[in-house]
Design a protein around this ligand. Structure first.
Ligand SMILES: Cc1cc2nc3c(=O)[nH]c(=O)nc-3n(C[C@H](O)[C@H](O)[C@H](O)COP(=O)(O)OP(=O)(O)OC[C@H]3O[C@@H](n4cnc5c(N)ncnc54)[C@H](O)[C@@H]3O)c2cc1C
Length: 419
């Protein structure tokens, strides 16, 4: 390799966004500032899905397969976290109402055949004239961090080729209000996670899937979260993601005790985590921006409160931690996008988990500091940092709790199955 080639390879990632990324960033920022933010308080109080805002996102092609495909297909991987950060800077509850569908989309893209992807992914979004949302249903009352404990069963009906699903799902984003539900069920509980299969269950077609209790939440209240029940839900064989042949092969390998391709599924998680981290980053930055302006304007003892190091240093640390988290998010996003550069995603030390862990911690901490800077006003619902603090808290819980991220990182760095 020549010196020039070596230098080019080394400078593949930079800290400046390219022209396309800057244009997309501005586009999303405008939407976040002018459409999402003004609606944030109302929908947080209403605790309902803001269909009007999702419609507006569809109208500008942000909420559509085409719009998101443009954002996903980026060889640097940075466009997606940039978009998430800007949107969630606008508001996290509405951000999740818009982006919650992508959890189901990611499962279909990751596990479906080409035909299934072609059929179901567009149906997750619906059309501009008839928008839909989608839901990913994995968690259950007894299965959160411990995914292997899933008890929803899928039984094969040899006579018809259908699958019969029974069980109860918890905390499903868009659960019951979605048409397309991606449901994780076990076909053989003795095989734990290796006995799992993913099914597309469209509510408009399948009797036996229904919404359970709607969850009343601390934050992200514009995003609908609900239990989902499956009572003898009869699902056609074609709705098993990946198809039966592949599932049978996997089950046979698991029964023989052959090692699974664990690294591939681990890489999938690692690749999706920076995206979630970027959402947390958006909340943290929103709280920092608000607190900085407030501190410059609020006067006590005859001078702005930012004149006090006690306040200014908080802001300095907030800015530093947010930037540090962004660097981890961008690094992991770049690693995860290896597939667009002709190499599989490469993670050495669970960098995706590091990004999500750090961004979640920073968001919870920075929004708390913002409340402190705003004093009594910060604690009221008249000011947005209180909502941001409530919204941030989930980023240490869903998509793998902070403790689970630490477990993943410590296993990756040690090679030991730490518990
Ligand atoms: C707003 C919201 C939206 C959600 N959306 C979805 C969705 O769309 N689809 C879906 O399937 N799920 C969803 N979830 C569920 C979410 O993924 C789970 O809540 C999460 O995985 C944690 O599981 P749990 O709540 O059962 O906590 P538990 O697993 O019971 O954990 C409780 C505590 O124990 C700790 N803990 C558990 N095991 C270990 C261990 N081995 N080592 C150290 N500490 C441990 C955890 O870190 C945590 O602090 C959502 C949840 C919420 C609140």
């Amino acid at each position: 390799m020549s010196t020039t080639e070596a230098t080019e390879t080394k400078t593949e990632i930079g800290f400046e966004l390219n022209e396309d990324q800057l244009a997309i960033k501005e586009w999303i920022h405008d939407f976040a500032e002018n459409t999402v933010r003004p609606a944030a308080h109302e929908w947080d109080e209403r605790e309902e899905t803001p269909w009007e805002i999702i419609q507006e996102a569809a109208n500008i092609d942000l909420y559509s397969l085409e719009g998101l495909a443009q954002i996903w297909a980026d060889p640097t991987g940075l466009t997606l976290p940039v978009v998430q950060e800007e949107l969630f800077w606008g508001d996290a509850g509405i951000g999740m109402a818009i982006m919650g569908t992508t959890l189901a989309v990611a499962a279909i893209m990751g596990q479906g055949t080409g035909d299934q992807i072609g059929e179901w992914v567009p149906r997750c979004f619906g059309t501009k004239d008839d928008i839909k949302v989608a839901s990913f249903c994995s968690s259950e009352p007894g299965s959160g961090s411990d995914v292997s404990a899933i008890r929803t069963t899928a039984k094969y009906d040899e006579a018809t080729g259908d699958w019969i699903l029974n069980g109860a799902k918890s905390w499903a984003t868009n659960g019951g209000i979605a048409d397309v539900h991606v449901v994780i069920a076990t076909v053989d509980p003795s095989l734990k996670a290796r006995g799992h299969a993913a099914f597309v269950v469209p509510k408009s077609e399948i009797a036996g899937i229904s919404q359970g209790a709607k969850v009343k939440k601390h934050g992200l209240r514009a995003s609908h979260t609900s239990d989902v029940n499956l009572d003898d839900a009869r699902v056609p064989g074609a709705y098993l993601l990946g198809g039966k042949e592949k599932l049978d092969e996997r089950i046979a390998r698991a029964k023989e005790g052959t090692k699974s391709k664990g690294n591939a599924s681990m890489a999938t998680f690692e690749a999706s985590r920076p995206t979630v981290g970027a959402q947390a980053l958006g909340i943290a930055r929103a709280a920092y921006d608000y607190a900085l302006e407030y501190a410059k304007n609020r006067e006590q003892f005859g001078r702005p409160i930012i004149d006090n190091q006690a306040i200014a240093f908080k802001l300095a640390e907030m800015k530093m931690e947010i930037d540090a988290a962004r660097l981890l998010v961008w690094r992991a996003a770049w690693m995860g996008a290896g597939i667009f550069r002709g190499t599989p995603p490469k993670f050495a030390n669970a960098e995706g988990s590091m990004a999500k862990l750090k961004a979640g911690q920073v968001a919870t901490w920075a929004t708390g500091e913002a409340i402190q800077i705003l004093g009594g006003n910060g604690y009221t619902r008249e000011y947005p940092v209180e909502r941001m603090h409530r919204d941030s808290r989930i980023y240490e819980i869903f998509e793998g709790t902070s403790e689970i991220q630490k477990l993943v990182i410590s296993r990756a760095i040690s090679g030991i199955r730490i518990r």
